[in-house]
Design a protein around this ligand. Structure first.
Ligand SMILES: [Fe+2]
Length: 541
């Protein structure tokens, strides 16, 4: 090759490089029709409630074909995927055998059915095999008249050695008892500042009503590569053990000595979700509806047993908090219903996790837990204040970019905020607990006359029951008398969100309301990182 040929090649290369950087430049994403956080902070906006959209808060009945068992014997059902800590590994989970419910139940032997996944990059050649473990869990109510539950056999297999951004085909089961049909999934991109999943769906407080099915149907149409569920999953604890529903969670079923649940609702949820979860990884964090206290002070049995979590891979000793990478994003999932104090194990793990994640490899830091710190709805107002007091500075010090929460059944997006003050280096907090469960929408705001709760009524026993005083208003009052400056937009409507990272500093967030078509949006904003403005610093405590 001659020198001149090389020059032309170099020139063309430079042109392409310039085009590439033009494409990635902030100006490209600064569409005049879509605001960015660089335009903020925004004047608070409340979208007026359309009461016709509160929806049909009715659960799918057990006769609905979408929740019925469609397999026989020990064939796999309720197949779901979860990411491991990196692209090269993924969890496959499923259930074999029927659950039992009654006064006397006999747990299945989990070792009687093998846990095998056959997989490969060609659908007709599943040349790799991985094996895993299995378990059953029981939800026992040893009280007169209450029914006990024992699950089918729950299998978890971690498959490893995967390539990034690659489609794999798989089937799972026990060859002696029946394998599933062949499903497929796509691995996450390798972690780098230029590689991201195309679309990440975020949904919360799902339950399984006709509103939920609308939410999930809409979410599926948006073709996510990954789904985050920010807690409150099946709402099985809104049922008595005999399958009778109860609309009153706080009634505590005063004629029984313990809070009942109807665990088959978990199986219904797993069956309904299977079309999505067998193809798209689902990452879950625990909500209060997963607590499900049973005899012997056991809690979170269904939640801990049914889902796979990359907690060991991410250096955690608990299924209630873990982290993982998806392309250039580091996700941290925190537990609100276990110890979050600065002297506790979770806080120590969080410090370690944040200290070791490499911002030059995963520029984005997205953190998730269930009850929000920045919500202005009356429901659950400041319930998680003690968690906020313990953890907010640490998350801020590492430049957390976005926080997703559920718990409040509505939508709210904050301006960048830290310690209740507008702060260009604070995260954007997004409440997305509007998945559509039967407890209906949150519609009252604390800044409306008569809607501010008594401060001493706000601590939640499940969150430690402590009251942590804090000054969140300019007057020292417990609530604002108008929508607070940190609240950018709030609306009571069902929906889900889609997060699209465009590069190392720009991400597009879109809230899709159930009543909208795919081309309409309820809220849309570019969330822009400014790492030069907001360097990390060390928290000394
Ligand atoms: Fe909740």
């Amino acid at each position: 090759m001659s020198f001149s040929d090389g020059s032309i090649t170099t020139f063309l290369g430079l042109q392409l490089l310039l085009l590439f950087f033009c494409f990635l430049s902030p100006a490209t994403f600064s569409d005049a029709t879509i605001p960015s956080t660089l335009d903020g902070p925004f004047t608070p906006v409340t979208i007026t409630l359309d009461t016709s959209l509160r929806g049909k808060a009715v659960d799918l009945p057990d006769t609905d074909p979408r929740v019925q068992r469609y397999v026989t014997g020990f064939q796999p059902e309720q197949i779901s995927l979860a990411l491991s800590s990196n692209y090269d590994s993924i969890w496959v989970s499923w259930i074999t055998g029927e659950f039992q419910i009654g006064m006397n139940v006999t747990p299945l032997d989990p070792t009687s059915i093998a846990s095998i996944v056959q997989f490969g990059t060609l659908g007709d050649s599943l040349i790799h095999t991985a094996t895993g473990s299995s378990l059953v869990y029981n939800q026992l109510y040893p009280f007169e008249g209450l029914l006990n539950y024992t699950s089918g056999i729950i299998h978890h297999v971690r498959i490893t050695g995967l390539q990034p951004s690659t489609v794999y085909y798989y089937r799972c089961g026990d060859p002696s008892h029946g394998m599933s049909k062949i499903h497929h999934f796509k691995t996450m991109p390798a972690s780098s500042p230029t590689s991201y999943p195309s679309r990440i769906a975020i949904v919360g407080d799902t339950g399984l009503t006709y509103n939920t099915t609308a939410t999930i149907s809409h979410l599926v149409q948006n073709s996510p590569d990954l789904v985050l569920l920010v807690g409150d999953v099946s709402y099985a604890n809104l049922y008595l053990t005999n399958g009778t529903s109860s609309d009153c969670y706080s009634c505590n079923f005063s004629n029984t000595p313990i809070h009942e649940t109807y665990q088959p609702r978990w199986d219904y949820w797993g069956r309904f979700m299977e079309n999505l979860t067998s193809t798209v990884p689902l990452m879950v964090v625990e909500g209060n509806h997963e607590l499900e206290l049973q005899a012997g002070n056991k809690t979170f049995e269904a939640y801990s047993s049914r889902f796979a979590f990359p907690y060991i891979e991410s250096g955690s000793t608990s299924k209630f908090y873990y982290s993982f990478n998806a392309g250039g994003i580091h996700f941290v999932m925190l537990g609100a219903y276990i110890d979050f104090d600065r002297s506790g194990e979770q806080y120590e793990w969080l410090k370690r996790d944040l200290a070791k994640f490499n911002r030059s490899v995963t520029p984005w830091l997205v953190v998730t837990w269930h009850p929000p710190w920045y919500s202005t709805y009356t429901a659950h107002y400041k319930e998680a204040e003690c968690m906020k007091v313990a953890m907010e500075e640490l998350l801020y010090s590492y430049g957390t970019d976005i926080v997703f929460n559920g718990h409040v059944h509505a939508y709210e997006r904050s301006n960048r905020v830290y310690n209740y003050q507008l702060d260009p280096c604070g995260p954007v907090h997004i409440v997305i607990g509007d998945g559509g469960n039967r407890e209906k929408m949150a519609i009252e705001h604390t800044d409306e006359p008569g809607k501010c709760p008594d401060p001493l009524s706000t601590p939640d026993a499940a969150l430690g029951g402590q009251f942590c005083p804090s000054n969140s208003t300019t007057t020292g009052a417990f609530c604002w008398d108008q929508q607070p400056p940190y609240s950018a937009l709030r609306e009571s409507s069902f929906g889900h969100g889609i997060l699209e990272m465009k590069n190392a500093t720009w991400a597009l967030w879109t809230w899709h309301r159930n009543q909208d078509t795919n081309s309409q949006v309820g809220d849309q904003i570019y969330i822009v990182r400014q790492p030069d403005l907001c360097p990390p610093y060390n928290v000394t405590t």
